[in-house]
Design a protein around this ligand. Structure first.
Ligand code: FEO
Ligand code: CA
Ligand code: CA
Length: 538
């Protein structure tokens, strides 16, 4: 793990103007110079909260939270909201920013609290069908009511689900394991939003549902959930970046971005209309990737590269030009389908679990959350900064260094999702697993208590401070922070409260309903004066 660089950190602080990087116009617009200047000139400070182990959402002064939607809420007469919400994106209505569509990833579910599956008993079609409905994504219409609070518009014509039963085509000229389409999407972890108003939803831990295949032997491993005992769908159909149009529900799987445990996909549009998409493989010792399209507007034609962080090089995964790939694979499709193996063969650097990737709207640098590597003794993780050669996103050289390290000094451990606000402050969530939090046997995590939402202040009197803004319920992580266009609402997922519950009779959380209720993942909104002052809006 690289040491945090003080120079890098100072370079981030006090930024109120665009540096040397060539920034896409959309990024400049999200962090206007006036906002950062206004924050820089203020004396306003706010108090964060102390770590908490309470089974509730706790927020800092000047903030309020409200529950918007939770697992199994009826979104229409036909559909229910999915489980374990992660990434989300708000797409405002063209004519009214106080209403719009909310896309929400549904990453997984709790077998013990739904079908009572414990990994041992035989699978039934009825139970697997139920589980397959919990994952994928939910599209709901939301709007502000007269009190300024967000509500779901139940039965809006846009409300729909994508699930592990939904047929989705591959955006690729060749078949993937014998088919042009896959049945379903699952493991939908983090994602990204495109400038044309669609979203990327990323299939992360697909092996839990469908297992994996060994390319040499052709044998398929079993999976924890054993869905393939009921449906014989190939693992090769999962682990892709899926693009969804929330207005229509249309989806496609982008083969050119490769197949792995994708955490997220972050797109930049170059001046000439070509795309660069960053994506990471969230598994210990796996890699960071970027796709560069060879023609404007294409997410099919182009080259995928893997990062070698020691040498600062993006290495091509192009079959035609890499002899080592020709020796080990049949063609480009096979390279992309078994990406991990290909990445190692060409010299991709193993990293400590790449999670979310965001582009700093003021410097143009690429930030990558490397959450942790617990067995290797890296308990706290870090946020890594990638500075592309000459500030060009299609450069094949870069420098990287630790930008912000987790630990007791900074007050956080295991960074995961990130989001910049309108003044260039960096908001991020943390993900220490339920079984590791508040556990005397793992004292390294005791000081942090429950997972939380943090903000790294960029300007003003608290510049450089990491402030704990909100605390999550028991066993939960916050995920998917996403600002409304005016910056005055932060949509936030609360994922897997009560994750350690052994059964419906032994619950470790009752969030959000309290009493004896089952714990349910849900989406909340944060609003209030603090959110506005922190961004120089009020
Ligand atoms: Fe689903 Fe890597 O978090
Ligand atoms: Ca994550
Ligand atoms: Ca993000």
């Amino acid at each position: 793990m690289k040491k945090q660089s003080r120079r890098t950190f100072l370079d981030f602080l006090g930024k109120s103007v665009v540096g040397t990087a060539v920034l896409p116009p959309a990024l400049i617009a999200c962090a206007p110079e006036e906002n950062t200047k206004r924050v820089a000139e203020t004396n306003w400070k706010f108090n964060g909260i102390e770590p908490s182990d309470a089974d509730e959402v706790i927020v800092a002064e000047g903030l309020e939270w409200d529950l918007l939607v939770k697992w199994e809420d009826q979104i229409s007469d036909n559909d229910k909201f999915g489980s374990h919400n992660d990434y989300l994106a708000f797409l405002p209505d063209e004519n009214n920013p106080d209403e719009g569509l909310l896309w929400v990833n549904n990453e997984h579910f709790s077998p013990r609290l739904s079908t009572a599956f414990d990994g041992e008993i035989e699978r039934t079609k009825e139970d697997v069908d139920f589980e397959m409905y919990q994952v994928g994504g939910s599209i709901i219409k939301v709007k502000k009511n007269q009190a300024g609070k967000w509500e779901m518009v139940v039965n809006d014509s846009h409300n729909r689900r994508l699930t592990a039963h939904t047929e989705i085509p591959f955006n690729w000229s060749e078949q993937i394991y014998g088919s042009n389409t896959a049945i379903g999407t699952n493991g939908n972890c983090a994602g990204g939003i495109t400038p044309w108003g669609t979203i990327f939803t990323c299939e992360e831990n697909y092996h839990n549902y469908w297992g994996e295949r060994d390319l040499e032997t052709g044998e398929r491993t079993n999976s924890w959930l054993k869905w393939h005992h009921i449906y014989d769908y190939p693992p090769e159909h999962y682990g892709w970046v899926v693009e969804v149009d929330p207005r229509t529900g249309d989806a496609k799987k982008h083969v050119a971005l490769g197949r792995c445990a994708h955490e997220c996909a972050t797109i930049v549009v170059l001046d000439d209309g070509r795309f660069v998409v960053y994506t990471g493989d969230d598994k210990r010792g796996e890699c960071l990737y970027k796709f560069i399209s060879s023609e404007p507007g294409s997410l099919e034609n182009g080259t995928l590269y893997v990062a070698n962080t020691d040498e600062g090089r993006w290495i091509s995964l192009d079959y035609d030009t890499q002899e080592v790939l020709q020796q080990n694979f049949k063609n480009q499709t096979e390279v992309l389908t078994y990406l991990r193996k290909a990445a190692k063969l060409v010299g991709g650097s193993p990293l400590d679990r790449p999670e979310d990737i965001e582009i700093d709207p003021l410097t143009g640098n690429v930030l990558v959350a490397l959450t942790k590597n617990y067995p290797a003794g890296n308990y706290y993780g870090q946020i890594m900064k990638v500075e592309e050669g000459e500030g060009k996103y299609d450069s094949l050289s870069f420098t990287s260094e630790a930008f912000l390290a987790g630990g007791e000094e900074t007050g956080f451990a295991a960074p995961d999702n990130m989001e910049f606000d309108k003044a260039g402050n960096l908001w991020f969530t943390c993900d220490v697993p339920g079984g590791h939090m508040n556990n005397e046997e793992i004292p390294q995590y005791l000081p942090f208590k429950n997972n939380a939402l943090f903000v790294l202040m960029r300007n003003g009197p608290q510049s450089g401070e990491v402030i704990r803004v909100a605390s999550a319920p028991t066993d939960a992580e916050f995920t998917g922070p996403f600002f409304s266009p005016d910056g005055k609402t932060l949509f936030l997922s609360v994922q897997h409260p009560g994750e350690r519950s052994r059964s419906k009779d032994e619950l470790t959380s009752h969030w959000p309903e309290g009493g004896d209720a089952l714990p349910r993942s849900g989406v909340i909104t944060l609003q209030g004066e603090t959110l506005e002052k922190i961004q120089g809006l009020a």
